[in-house]
Design a protein around this ligand. Structure first.
Ligand SMILES: Cc1cc2nc3c(=O)[nH]c(=O)nc-3n(C[C@H](O)[C@H](O)[C@H](O)COP(=O)(O)OP(=O)(O)OC[C@H]3O[C@@H](n4cnc5c(N)ncnc54)[C@H](O)[C@@H]3O)c2cc1C
Length: 412
């Protein structure tokens, strides 16, 4: 009987545990997470503008198949050489196969001056945590005039389009309140454009310019000066703000430090296709915890799980893992005015225009703001709780397909 331990019961850990419980009921499986609060993270984008925080949170245990042995405890140490994990509640668990699904974590403490009490959660905010999004909602209620600076500290971050979406929603928020002329919005990024891949970079960049959002590129933040309310970049540029909404640098879970499994920023070094650790054949990783070169997104975790399930079964039977994840990601990009764009891409294929999932029919449009895409984004929440997490089949391919996509020529 295979003894599997899954670290983390967020999006990826929960989906994987439910899939294993369904397909391998004879395996012994333990899932560990520090708390019992599963947050629907895509909802954190909207929370600063509207909504109640409690509606985004459900019990972790309740999202898991009753066959799953769930332990609610911090993980305090991982010993790959002894195939052992230590938990804060004094329990030690052994494994034959370990899956690390401990996510990625915003670290405001890594930017000098950001968490200074004169500005933190008053004039300087993030919305990637529940507390952060709640605090920003409070500030936005009264912020009606001045310089709004939306900023990404460095890549990779989870959901790399969310800061762009925030800028576009803020534009819409102030336009609807007839205050847009009083709020000056700048989007500052460490990248050389609004997004990483050429076609999407152009489309999303044009959208920001269309909405009179200033885009400042190649910004490597050195520090935040709380006294003068300025972001200071390494190249000497200074960006003033009355309200800073920043996405702090992300790292992997701190418990992974010193295990020999991770890269410099704490993400598990895996083969990008099999998701197996490149240093320990008993260890796999899934979701945001990996160092694979695609977006850190719930959709990615969903597409990875199917391949990972096959690879875990192969290893449990003494075979080599051969299922290959292709970097498939898709993300809705909320663009304000009740519309959204959809991006669909992989390691090898950049986001392209066209229709999704059916060629010519859609009903979703790729790289084009539409009302239907916006409704798709809203529908993602019930789909997440009722289909994605429990592992019910969805009518979307797990590997990227070029069907319905239009390669971009110089004339587009
Ligand atoms: C604002 C925002 C908007 C987003 N929008 C979208 C979107 O529209 N579409 C999309 O696909 N994705 C979106 N995402 C990204 C998506 O939410 C994440 O990619 C996804 O949740 C990753 O799942 P995960 O399981 O890898 O990590 P998580 O869901 O973060 O889970 C990691 C788990 O590990 C646990 N853990 C870590 N360390 C320890 C420890 N030492 N002890 C015990 N437990 C530990 C944590 O408690 C946590 O539950 C968004 C994210 C944000 C923040």
């Amino acid at each position: 009987m295979t003894r599997l331990v899954i670290l983390g019961a967020g999006t990826a850990g929960t989906m994987l545990a439910n899939a294993v419980a369904k397909h391998h009921p004879t395996w012994s499986m333990t899932v560990v997470d520090a708390d019992d609060q599963h947050v629907y993270q895509p909802g954190l984008l909207f929370l600063p503008f509207r909504g109640r925080p409690d509606r985004l949170v459900r019990s972790r245990k309740a999202q898991l198949n009753p066959r799953v042995d769930y332990v609610n405890s911090p993980i305090t140490a991982i010993h790959p050489d002894q195939k052992r994990v230590d938990l804060g509640v004094g329990i030690i668990i052994d494994y034959e196969l370990l899956v690390i699904a401990t996510g990625s974590h915003p670290r405001p403490d890594l930017v000098e001056g950001l968490t200074d009490e004169r500005i933190w959660r008053r004039r300087a905010h993030e919305f990637y945590s529940l507390e952060g999004a709640i605090a920003l909602q409070r500030t936005l209620r009264t912020f009606s005039e001045g310089k709004l600076l939306v900023h990404i500290a460095e890549m990779p971050i989870k959901c790399p389009v969310a800061p762009l979406e925030f800028a576009l929603l803020a534009e819409d928020h102030y336009r609807k309140r007839r205050l847009r002329h009083k709020v000056d919005i700048t989007f500052a990024t460490p990248l050389d454009g609004a997004f990483t891949r050429p076609v999407a970079k152009q489309t999303l960049g044009d959208l920001l310019v269309d909405r009179s959002i200033r885009v400042t590129t190649d910004v490597a933040v050195e520090r935040i000066d709380p006294a003068s309310q300025r972001l200071v970049a390494y190249d000497g540029r200074e960006l003033p703000f009355d309200l800073l909404v920043t996405i702090p640098p992300h790292t992997g879970a701190r418990v992974l430090e010193g295990t020999g499994l991770v890269d410099d920023v704490g993400f598990v070094r895996v083969d990008p296709h099999t998701l197996r650790s490149v240093v320990d054949p008993s260890v796999f990783a899934v979701g945001d915890a990996t160092n694979v070169p695609t977006s850190k997104a719930g959709s990615v975790a969903h597409f990875q799980v199917e391949h990972l399930l096959e690879n875990l079964a192969a290893v449990a039977e003494g075979r080599e893992p051969t299922a290959r994840f292709d970097g498939h990601a898709n993300c809705f990009v909320e663009s304000g005015r009740g519309q959204a764009l959809l991006l669909d891409f992989s390691y090898d294929v950049e986001p392209l225009p066209g229709t999704y999932p059916l060629p010519g029919v859609g009903p979703m449009s790729l790289l084009k703001p539409t009302r239907l895409n916006h409704l798709g984004k809203l529908a993602f929440e019930p789909i997440y709780w009722n289909m994605l997490l429990p592992g019910r089949p969805l009518p979307v391919p797990t590997t990227l397909t070029l069907t319905g996509k239009r390669p971009v020529t110089g004339k587009d």
